[in-house]
Design a protein around this ligand. Structure first.
Ligand SMILES: NC(=O)c1ccc[n+]([C@@H]2O[C@H](COP(=O)([O-])OP(=O)(O)OC[C@H]3O[C@@H](n4cnc5c(N)ncnc54)[C@H](O)[C@@H]3O)[C@@H](O)[C@H]2O)c1
Length: 325
């Protein structure tokens, strides 16, 4: 049984708590969040009534035994708590993006390697059923080569974050990092590193609110856009279209995943239950339970995803293509 401390009990902390509640081999035994007094109702709603809330990891460690720290904190403070957790010999699951800067990310991966503890970053799209299906079809070649792929993530400006940290450029960097990194990370997982990127972006007082990138791969057209400058009533949308030699796979979070192959009518593909948040945490807890090395969405992979997005931002900023080789 893995005893988990949740650091941060906002939007993602609650999501993780709801997932752990479904697992027989993990339980949340403590929460760290400075809003301790205000969390009663949210804790109850996530089946964590009576779980102690601490103001710091150090104070939690004095009173509660746990082996895992699950970091759902604003991105600019991931590094501090991750280093503290590794120094205390804890396994760490950290929400994406790993950090805001290369230097913070490399401090975190170094600390993980030195501690010999497990470290995973929450790049949940690697675990999202519709994207797992895309990777399976690309890898198998069953519909021929992948010729082109476009990926999108679109939403209104996030309004829920505590202290509005998401809308402060020095704490988040905007949609280009916070939202779009999901697709950038998935591309690395699917196709490896591109030769170069060319991006255009829109910047406002909250950071890069929109980014659109062409990824240069040999013989394929690959593009992705991520934006949170849509009207609030747009809701959240993620989508992709993958064109293969003999089929098109099309996904929109507002409808089903469809496959159009040959002359046949497009068919809707049935997906397994649960989303990527469930599957990524199930994988992480499973690795811990079986003492298996985490190999999907590692700290090093998350650092590479951060590097890719930072190159895209550099391209948008300078108007130049950025080579990655
Ligand atoms: N995987 C995804 O799809 C996804 C979606 C949204 C957010 N995220 C990521 O999850 C992380 C958290 O985002 P969120 O949306 O949950 O933010 P949030 O603002 O909703 O929650 C952050 C929580 O951290 C607490 N907190 C702030 N400072 C703290 C400190 N020093 N010590 C302990 N707790 C502190 C806040 O009180 C709050 O409860 C971010 O890195 C974000 O990018 C991932």
């Amino acid at each position: 049984m893995q005893r988990v401390l949740l650091a941060g009990f906002g939007f993602m902390g609650k999501k993780h708590a709801d997932v752990y509640h479904l697992f027989p081999d993990a339980c949340v035994v403590a929460v760290v969040d400075p809003r301790g007094e205000d969390l009663g109702e949210s804790l109850r709603a996530s089946h964590l009534e009576g779980v102690p809330v601490f103001a710091s990891l150090a104070s939690a460690m004095e009173e509660v035994e746990f082996s895992v720290v699950d970091i759902c904190l604003p991105t600019d403070i991931h590094r501090t708590i991750a280093l503290e957790a590794f120094a205390a010999g804890k396994h760490v699951f950290c929400e994406k993006p790993i950090a805001l800067t290369r230097s913070d990310a490399s401090d975190m991966t170094l600390a993980a390697h030195q501690s010999d503890r497990h470290f995973m970053v929450g790049h949940c799209i690697r675990f999202w059923p519709e994207y797992i299906t895309l990777k399976r079809i690309v890898d198998s070649g069953e519909h021929g080569r992948l010729l082109s792929l476009s990926l999108s993530r679109r939403t209104g400006r996030p309004s829920y974050s505590i202290d509005d940290w998401v809308n402060k450029p020095d704490r988040c960097l905007g949609a280009a990092l916070d939202l779009h990194i999901h697709d950038a990370d998935f591309l690395l997982h699917l196709l490896g590193a591109p030769e170069a990127v060319f991006s255009q972006g829109l910047r406002d007082e909250t950071g890069w609110s929109s980014i659109s990138t062409q990824y240069l791969y040999d013989g394929r057209i690959v593009t992705a856009d991520g934006a949170w400058n849509y009207p609030a009533n747009w809701g959240f949308q993620m989508r992709y279209t993958a064109v293969f030699e003999r089929a098109v796979l099309d996904f929109d979070s507002r409808s089903a995943l469809t496959l159009a192959a040959g002359e046949a009518e497009p068919i809707a593909l049935l997906m397994p239950p649960h989303d990527g948040y469930y599957h990524e945490l199930a994988y992480f807890i499973g690795c811990l339970e079986r003492s298996e090395t985490v190999s999907i969405s590692t700290g090093d992979q998350a650092s590479a995803s951060l590097d890719l997005v930072l190159a895209e931002i550099q391209s948008a900023d300078t108007g130049k293509q950025i080579s990655l080789k």
